[in-house]
Ligand binder design. Structure first.
Ligand SMILES: [Zn+2]
Length: 442
């Protein structure tokens, strides 16, 4: 690999780019919201399967799975991650628009809208290479063995490691309760506060828990696979739930001999940043790349391909774009980040670079790039393109060959809430060609 290739390769690895397509809101769950399977590490027969998002109102669980996908490098062993099992319920921010998916693993009608997703995940669970499964949940309150008060009691589900029974008779990882105890111990050595203490919660499903018999983990143990539920508390903010889930997942990896490199510091602040910083979506073969951390709730006149198709790449599997009439909603798990109001255009196939003077220095800039500017920028005249600096106007009706400063573009035209990022759009005679973003220093 030459240096350029290597750089590209590293960049791709760094962001674990996931190619996705726009999901029209009207599509039913079985067609439009397929879950991702992300296979990391070197495939072997000692694979950890991590499942998030079986219920869409438990963001701690599904965000943890997605952070494992995007912010961990597996250096030894094999990890499979499903970060968005019930993606439709995640988008709807609902426990289960078609009922509780975690009660569909015993019997399920082929007519059920989730039949295909449940069958697919069952096949991954049954796969010979998978030896241990962790299903991530957010539960209410704090599980305690004895009743303390209504929020801390045996009836609560938050902050525990769940097993269906103490042991199963399988060649590896059959000592469920012992493994669960090790995970609990590791979490408890790293508590943010004492109230968050973890316990092993044995649901003793086989002794007659008719509800839990229909769950994913119970299905798994009956396929001869070690399976655990991991619960964080809904009483905690999402990033703290994720912190606890990740502590547990790291211990499961340790137990299985899976090694990893984490790309952030595992504490509440580090997790918060991993969730919220450096998230982006790029469109049309990277002619546009949108940073999403601080994007405005509404972006007007946004170039969208005339037929309405939006193929995009996202930095995170929980990011998607949903078409709703002429609006394109960018969704990140449960959160709606922005609404792009479509300005329908034909999209130019050519992908070129353009010349800008950035603080007086000439730069070749590829479409889809964000350029940092200290004081001013100037778009070089280019006979191939008509240029539109969104929000900038002057008497000459001309936007090229002129030094432009931040104060010359009204704040409301910025892409971000802080008023620092602005759009420079290039058009050929009748097509949208590409976008460059200017980021002014604050
Ligand atoms: Zn749950």
């Amino acid at each position: 690999m030459n240096r350029g290739m290597l750089k590209l390769y590293r960049l791709l690895k760094l962001h674990s780019l996931i190619l996705l397509f726009v999901l029209p809101l009207a599509l039913s769950a079985q067609n439009g919201f397929k879950f991702n399977l992300i296979q990391k590490g070197k495939q072997d027969n000692n694979t950890l399967l991590v499942v998030g998002g079986i219920q869409g109102d438990e963001p701690g669980g599904f965000i943890s799975a997605s952070i494992l996908a995007t912010h961990y490098e597996i250096t030894k062993g094999s990890v499979w991650i499903v970060p968005n099992l019930n993606f439709y319920s995640i988008i709807k921010r609902s426990r289960g628009p078609y009922g509780d998916m975690n009660r569909k693993f015993a019997e399920l009608s082929t007519a059920d809208p989730e039949y295909e997703a449940v069958t697919r995940i069952k096949n991954y669970i049954k796969d010979d290479s998978v030896k241990l499964i962790v299903n991530l949940h957010d539960g209410s309150g704090f599980y305690r063995k004895k009743h303390e008060d209504s929020m801390h009691s045996p009836n609560r589900w938050g902050q525990c490691s769940i097993v269906d029974q103490s042991n199963i008779n399988v060649p590896v990882y059959g000592n469920l309760k012992e493994i669960s105890s090790e995970v609990v111990k590791h979490v408890n050595e790293n508590l943010i506060k004492d109230e968050d203490i973890y316990h092993v919660h044995n649901t003793r499903t086989i002794e007659g828990d008719k509800e839990m018999e229909k769950s994913l983990t119970y299905f798994a143990i009956n396929q001869g696979k070690a399976a655990f539920g991991n619960e964080a508390s809904k009483n905690l903010p999402t990033h703290k739930r994720v912190y606890y889930h990740l502590l547990a997942l790291e211990k499961y990896m340790d137990i299985m001999g899976i090694e990893y490199k984490r790309k952030f510091t595992l504490n509440a602040e580090g997790v918060y940043k991993a969730i919220n910083n450096d998230i982006y979506i790029s469109l049309y073969d990277e002619k546009i790349k949108l940073p999403l951390s601080e994007i405005r709730n509404l972006v007007n006149y946004f170039p969208i391909k005339k037929n309405g198709a939006v193929d995009f790449k996202a930095s995170n599997p929980l990011l998607t774009i949903i078409k709703n009439n002429n609006n394109y909603v960018i969704q990140y798990g449960n959160r709606r980040l922005s609404k792009l109001k479509a300005d329908y255009q034909d999209i130019e196939a050519q992908h070129q670079s353009v010349k800008l003077l950035i603080d007086g220095k000439l730069q070749n800039v590829k479409f889809g790039t964000l350029v940092d500017v200290e004081n001013n920028f100037l778009v070089e005249e280019n006979s191939a393109y008509r240029v539109n600096v969104i929000g900038y106007t002057n008497k000459k009706q001309k936007e090229t060959g002129i030094e432009i400063e931040k104060k010359e573009i009204p704040n409301r035209f910025s892409l971000d809430k802080q008023g620092t990022i602005y759009r420079v759009e290039y058009y050929t005679k009748d097509k949208f060609a590409g976008m460059v973003l200017i980021k002014f220093k604050t």
